[in-house]
Design a protein around this ligand. Structure first.
Ligand code: F6R
Length: 600
């Protein structure tokens, strides 16, 4: 949430910062700003809205080779020009951008800044005011910055410039992601390597509670106790085309279409030279030593975890609990004797999941992170990592990461089962190959999905998704996709649960999308459809070949019955996409949301 960038070098920084912010817009997009520094001082441009709105107010005549920028997802203070970053100190000498939440900002304001009139409603502004306060008390800027950081409680990625010194950007990080990018005669700062790929692919990772002085020719990393840290850069393995939309109108559609390719890539990445699926033996040992697995995740990743539970329990015979991270932290269940924690997170940065990881590490339990982002916080801090290999997911609504998570969980479960000597009567490589082909067919059915979206969802105010067994979990995901991008109130329910209350909401014409991919509950879910139809619902049944009836609206080609979520979700993703499109919503950047949720 919130993205920050910085540039210090020889070129004019405005365009580099703006292009960087465009790449970070997925992290927040309710307001944005840049500050650039030249011999005439600091120039701040901010605007409510998107980077495109910010571009309109940036003065093209101001040239400056040092600058910082920010795109915001509001936490403290409404989205507005005043609350947009950068924020400035009282005299205007210091200018700062911040991603994160300063939990003790009210205390700091009361204890240190009584005589300073704050201009914004943000928690951020106290940081820049504190730096100035310490400088005014006689400290040099680096020491004032360090003293300020020592006072902060919460999460931050910060970039600060001093109008009296154009040669340095002060940077710091705690819990929020931040990288320094290295160039020839310039250096950059970014929340995500993607932002600055336009100028460099060489990055230095920063760790929590580190501060960095970035000049155009040097990067000095220090611990808050003053010790200098030496750290080698790494090469960001990102292809610029991975982060472009190409000919697609939206990232979401591109990412839905990429799913067959991602399936094939996952098979390849997890195969050994003999074509057998393989996973780091230490991970398999940890799985088999555990008496219970706890999957911790949020949102879509939580939904993938629910599907993964089925694989691990049914194939590897290990009991699994799946928990929403934000609840687990504060309401921890009684744990088993030998738990293993699996964190599922596309971004690897989700603060709610990280809070649990920190807790369970302190308790001495092992953790495996399943993530799309190598080197992300959750990956670094866990004992083991399994990568999704899905390529950057930029649309706020997660699609290809969900199916990649399910595929990796399936591989983990089968490899664990094999290590235990459990015989499985199918070959997962072959089944995932079939899945990739079926996904391709489903991606080709866009016209039909567009028709369904138009027919059922163009004007409705609500929509229900019903399913039984694993279809129920996919319904949760289908409903989340629909509500987050189309703003239709959508809920997923277990088919049998409707009659216990929710059926009261069914009215004449209420759309009910039912999944019927599971033979053992096929008759029951069809019974549930009859119940809602009797109360006026407009049903849309999506079934699996072999289980279909005449009333079904769409029939998915048959795949392995345990793996149906990998394919049944695709029509739901497309239906959500076209519903949002019909309703004129911003598909890739839905209101109130951001991609990487780095606040608790
Ligand atoms: C919904 C969506 C979110 C994320 C959730 C967790 O489309 O993307 O629900 O799944 O915020 O994010 P990660 O997986 O990055 O931990």
């Amino acid at each position: 949430m919130c993205g920050i960038v910085g540039y210090i070098g020889e070129q004019d920084s405005k365009e580099i910062l703006l292009r960087g912010l465009e790449k970070l817009e997925y992290r927040g997009y309710d307001s944005a700003g840049i500050a650039v520094l030249n011999e005439n001082g600091v120039h701040v441009f901010k605007e409510k809205g998107r980077i495109a709105d910010l571009r309109e107010v940036v003065n093209p005549d101001v040239e400056a080779s040092v600058g910082i920028g920010h795109t915001r997802w509001a936490t403290h203070g409404a989205p507005s020009r005043v609350n947009a970053h950068p924020h400035q100190s009282a005299s205007g000498r210091f200018t700062l951008v911040h991603n994160g939440v300063i939990e003790n900002y009210a205390i700091l304001k009361r204890e240190y800044l009584q005589d300073v009139e704050l201009k914004s409603d943000t928690d951020t502004e106290v940081i820049v005011q504190l730096v100035e306060k310490f400088v005014n008390s006689g400290l040099d800027v680096e020491e004032a910055f360090r003293q300020t950081l020592m006072l902060l409680k919460g999460s931050y990625a910060i970039a600060l410039i001093d109008s009296e010194n154009k040669d340095v950007i002060y940077v710091a990080k705690n819990k929020s992601p931040l990288l320094v990018g290295l160039g020839d005669g310039f250096n950059v700062v970014a929340s995500d390597a993607m932002a600055m790929l336009q100028v460099t692919n060489q990055y230095v990772e920063l760790m929590d509670k580190e501060m960095v002085m970035v000049t155009k020719n040097s990067v000095t990393i220090k611990k808050l106790d003053g010790n200098i840290i030496d750290r080698d850069p790494y090469t960001a393995e990102l292809d610029a085309s991975d982060i472009e939309k190409g000919t697609y109108p939206h990232y979401m559609l591109k990412e839905i279409d990429e799913q067959p390719l991602v399936m094939r890539r996952i098979i390849q990445k997890y195969q050994d030279e003999n074509g057998h699926l393989t996973i780091d033996p230490e991970i398999i040992e940890a799985m088999n030593e555990a008496d219970r697995i706890y999957i911790i995740a949020c949102g879509t990743s939580y939904h993938a975890g629910l599907v993964g539970k089925q694989f691990i329990e049914k194939w590897a015979k290990i009991p699994v609990e799946v928990h929403v991270a934000s609840e687990f932290s504060y309401n921890m269940p009684l744990l088993s004797e030998r738990p293993l924690f699996i964190y599922i997170s596309q971004s690897g940065e989700t603060a709610d999941s990280r809070a649990v990881l920190v807790q369970t590490k302190e308790m001495g339990y092992k953790a495996l992170t399943i993530t799309n982002v190598p080197g992300s916080t959750l990956s670094r801090e866990a004992d083991y990592t399994l990568l999704l290999h899905a390529g950057p997911e930029i649309a706020v609504a997660s699609t290809k990461a969900y199916t990649a998570q399910i595929a990796v969980l399936a591989i983990l479960a089968t490899v664990t089962a094999k290590a235990k000597g459990i015989e499985l009567d199918f070959d997962l490589v072959k089944e995932l190959g079939i899945i990739a082909n079926v996904m391709e067919m489903l991606c080709d059915a866009k016209e039909e999905m567009e028709k369904i979206a138009r027919e059922y969802l163009a004007t409705t105010r609500n929509c229900f998704f019903i399913g039984r067994a694993v279809d129920f979990y996919v319904c949760l995901e289908g409903a989340l996709k629909l509500k987050e991008i189309s703003y239709i109130q959508a809920e997923g329910f277990a088919g049998g649960e409707l009659k216990h209350g929710t059926i009261a909401l069914i009215e004449e014409g209420t759309p009910v999308i039912a999944l019927a991919t599971q033979e053992h509950v096929n008759l029951s879910i069809r019974g549930n459809v009859k119940e809602v139809v009797a109360r006026g619902a407009n049903p849309c049944i999506i079934s699996m070949k072999g289980l279909e009836t005449e009333e079904d609206r769409y029939v998915i080609p048959a795949v392995h019955p345990m793996l149906t979520p990998l394919v049944s979700v695709v029509p739901l993703q497309l239906i959500a996409y076209y519903a949002a499109l019909h309703r004129g919503c911003d598909v890739d950047k839905p209101r109130n949301l951001a991609k990487s949720v780095t606040v608790e």
